[in-house]
Design a protein around this ligand. Structure first.
Ligand code: UDP
Ligand code: MN
Length: 315
């Protein structure tokens, strides 16, 4: 007896096909599953399209330190030089002891020529640094042209080496009345302040020349008497509780131009009595009662000359 082959064979074939289809389906399901888990849970919304990150976040969070200044690219050279700093203290331009003599006559045009940095009216300020003080130098004056020439000849180079922002004010008493030095100094103080915001005032006689440029014409924390060796006047300031600080005797040495006593400048016969009463009179005698009239102001190349009518002796 013969087994029926065809139906068996076709059944086998159908079974194989079914198995192959199942395997295919299984592997397709498996593939789909794997791919789906990588993209997110099925059913989750589509992720938004990726935007490029902002530029500043594109750097790593811990940045490396910036390169040292020297390695950074240099800015283009500035058109103007940096502003100057304060002048050094003491001035590096000082030379110390000076030879002072009055044998040769002085020509003021020549003095102006050798001091080209001094501006009209006798003004100067250092170019390369900011002066530590703005100093008005006040000279009481009448009829002492020759002394003034020496003063200007010696003092301008010294004051420039001291790197001061300064102005020279010659307060010229008009008329033939008694010479009033103290009043001229007060007038000089008031007039100089009208011109510039000076923060220091040096009162200098026209015939006193310092013999050492370390004797700086500037103010210290206390009023300073610059001509130690010519100490003839007691400053009133002492009574106001302000002492006078003195440079040491060598630096403070001044040379005085010898001269005869001027007419109308005789020693005041009342001077000892007046000085003895300074404590009572000083508050009503000075800047708060100052009356005078400026007759003219001349701006010469090396100084400012203010000619004043100081009024009658008791005004
Ligand atoms: N002074 C002046 N003309 C005079 C008298 C005095 O210019 O007729 C000024 C000048 O600055 C002088 C200062 O006042 O240096 C002091 O006067 P003086 O020199 O006569 O005093 P002493 O020599 O006695 O210190
Ligand atoms: Mn004198």
């Amino acid at each position: 007896m013969k087994e029926p082959s065809l139906p068996g064979t076709s059944l086998q074939r159908a079974c194989r096909l079914l198995v192959a289809f199942c395997a295919l389906h299984l592997s397709a399901t498996l593939l789909y599953y794997l791919a789906g888990s990588a993209l997110g849970p099925p059913g989750s919304p589509e992720p938004p399209p990726r935007r490029p990150p902002p530029a500043n976040l594109s750097l790593p969070l811990s940045r490396p330190p910036p390169p040292p200044a020297a390695a950074r690219p240099r800015p283009p050279p500035a058109s103007s030089p940096p502003p100057p700093g304060p002048c050094p203290e003491p001035s590096p331009l000082l030379v110390g002891a000076l030879r002072v003599e009055f044998s040769q006559p002085v020509n003021l045009e020549e003095v102006a020529r050798i001091n080209p940095e001094v501006k009209a009216g006798g003004r100067f300020a250092p170019k390369d640094c900011i002066a530590l003080q703005k100093v008005a130098i006040i000279i009481p004056f009448r009829n002492r042209e020759e002394h003034l020439k020496y003063w200007l000849y010696y003092l301008h180079p010294i004051l420039q080496r001291q790197q001061l922002d300064y102005g020279v004010y010659v307060i010229n008493q008009d008329g033939e009345e008694e010479f009033n030095r103290a009043k001229l100094l007060n007038i000089g103080f008031a007039e100089a302040l009208k011109e510039y915001d000076y923060d220091c005032f040096v009162f200098s006689d026209v015939d006193l020349i310092p013999m050492d440029d370390r004797n700086t014409y500037k103010c210290y924390s206390q009023p300073r008497h610059l001509s130690v060796s010519m100490d003839k006047f007691g400053f009133r300031l002492v009574f106001k509780g302000m002492g006078i600080s003195r440079p040491d005797a060598v630096i403070g040495k001044c040379r005085m131009i010898r001269h005869s006593r001027d007419r109308k400048n005789e020693p005041n016969p009342e001077r000892f009595d007046r000085i003895a009463h300074t404590r009572e009179t000083m508050s009503s005698d000075g800047l708060n009662t100052l009356s005078y009239k400026v007759l003219r102001t001349d701006k010469y190349p090396l100084y400012t000359k203010i000619t004043v009518d100081i009024g009658s002796p008791n005004s």
